[in-house]
Every structure is written in C-alpha cells, then in structure tokens.
Design a protein around this ligand. Sequence first.
Ligand code: ADP
Length: 355
Amino acid sequence: MTEPALRLIEVSKRFDQTIAADLLSLSITPGEFFTFLGPSGSGKSTVLRMIAGLERPDAGQILVAGQDVVGVPPWRRNLGMVFQQYAVFPHMSVAENVGYALRVRGAAPRDREARVAALLDLVGLARMERKNATLLSGGEQQRVALARALAAKPAILLLDEPLSALDERIRREMQTELKRIQRRTGTTFLYVTHDQEEALTMSDRIAVLNMGRCIQCDAPERIYRRPRTRFVAEFFRGCNVLDATVLETGSEWVRITLAGIDIKACSRLSPGPGSLVGLAIRSEDLHLGTATGRFACNLTARLEEIIYRGTNVDHRLRLADGQPLVATSTRREFDSADAEVTIGFDPEALVALED
Ligand code: ADP
C-alpha cells in the first residue's frame, strides 16, 4: 500500500478554553487535493499551522510521508505554504521571487532559469519575469506565490484561504487554475477554506470541520448529496432540513412520516420507531409546477414567496405542519405567491441525519 502523504493521528490543540483540534485523525493520499472546510473558528488554520510547524500540538502525531514531524522545524518539513495575504518578496522581480528557493539551495543559474521559466509558464505568468512582483494584481501575485512555493518541490503544498482576498471573477478563474496546476504537477494540495463552492469545485476530498473535529470526510458530491449530520447539511447553502417521525427502520433506509405522508428515505442509521429524525433534501431536488407528477413523492405546501436570483428562482414554502422549506428552479414556476401547491421529489433525495 502507498504511504499516505500525510497522516494526523489524534491531534489535539487547545488555547485556554478554546478547542482548535480535538483528537483529529485523517489520512491524505499522495497527489490528492484535500480540503478542510468549515466556518470561521472551526480550527482549520490551526490544524494547517500545526502541519506546517508554526504551531505545536498538545497531543497526537503528524506524519509526513511516514515521518513524525512534531518537533521538526518548519523549514525541515519539506512543505510549501501559500497564504491569504499576497506574500511576494518586495523589491524583487517575479523571476527572483520564484527562483528564490532554488538560489538558496545553490542551484546552477542555468537550471534555475529553466525551472523558473517552466514554473511561470505553468502558472500563466510567462513574459512577466522582469516585472516587480508587488506591482502585479492580486491574482497575479498569488500566482507568483504559488510558483515560488512549488519551486522547492514540496511534498505537500499547504494553502490557507489563498483566494479569499480576490474579487469574485478572479477567484472563480483561479479555482480552475489551481486545480489544473495541481493535476499537472501531481503535488498533494492541502487547502483551507470557509467557502463551500471553492471546496466543491477543486477538491478530491473534503473534511468538514467544526470545533476542531472532523464531522465528515468524503468526496465533494457525497458531502453535498449525502450529508451525515445536521451541521454538514446546514453548512451547505440550499439544503432544507426537516423534522420527521420514524415509523420503521431497515438496513440503509428509514420509513418516516413527514407532514402526514409516509416516505422511505436513505439512512445510515437505525433510529427506533417513534423517534424524531432530521431529514436533508436539497432545494433543487424539490420540484414544483407541471413536473411534480413524475415524482414518487408528493407533498402539499403553501407557497409564501418567490425570490428571483438571476440563474435561480427560490420558492419559499410552508408544509401543513408549519415547517418552512425552499424549492429552487431555473425559472419562476408560478406567477404569484400565496397559493396551495404540490411539491414532487424522489425519496432517494431525502437523507436521514445523525443528529
Ligand atoms: P479557522 O481557521 O477555522 O477560522 P482557527 O484555527 O483560526 O479557525 O481558530 C480556531 C479557534 O482557536 C478559534 O476560536 C480561535 O480564536 C482560536 N485561536 C487560534 N489561534 C489562537 C491563538 N494563537 N491564541 C488563542 N486562540 C487562538
């Protein structure tokens, strides 16, 4: 079996009363684009800083390619880092920035030049080598920082919210660029973000963190479609969480009653009959209007409000038992709100949550 690029084994860290990492264990495969996703204060940066050697864990092991690096100084860990702030070296050209690590290591000028040129080409900055790095735009400075970090051929590149200071359009452009660069170089990327779209767009796997714990670690589509807990479901925009009562459980399914109708939903757990369970369903999986007849499940609801959002239209609804929910479609399904409507959906789109 291949040695994981990184393993965290029961890593814990506290700052007085604040828990930043709580017995965190996970394993990252070489060449993987792995993301820590979570709200502000969930411990993402602290975990990254512990891996980088900028913070020391209170307990646990951090293995880089099988070697425990706790206690090893940052510059001996063979890791690269890109931060949110554009950290290019001032008074240096783009090429000098990118070639810095190679110069420090004593690479021959010819090799250095060739490698710098290849890296600038990789990050889309060819022909910019002579420019002063601080005069570049934010997006370009992050490309310099990326090329500079990759120059040293790190075992893992750690990226702490590197796109959050950029404006929306450049950020989106950089998301696809980063993914492309990661694939081309085959470098293991460990990325930190609070932005769900960023995580879903780029990652091979995502670990959702809350209060220093990993709540779910899965491929983007699974995290999005099959949230394990209420916290993960609610973290993703556009997910409805409804309360229902359990009637019967089987392996991988649960029969529940929701607003008076019986439905079989996907479930990894077996709550006893009579217990209350949270159910997640994405707003785009709820269908209104003429399409409803095609779906196995139908619920009646009151349409309270229609919100036009450009690419999507949100239909705010309320079930007979008072629970609110939102159905999203690419077009407005009704001329006006304040009407009784039917919602159609597939039972497979309903996911029973653990808590
Ligand atoms: P995130 O990156 O998810 O926003 P952080 O890792 O920065 O979260 O922080 C996790 C928690 O640890 C927060 O409550 C934060 O205030 C606290 N924390 C982080 N660094 C320090 C520090 N040096 N001293 C005290 N508390 C800290």
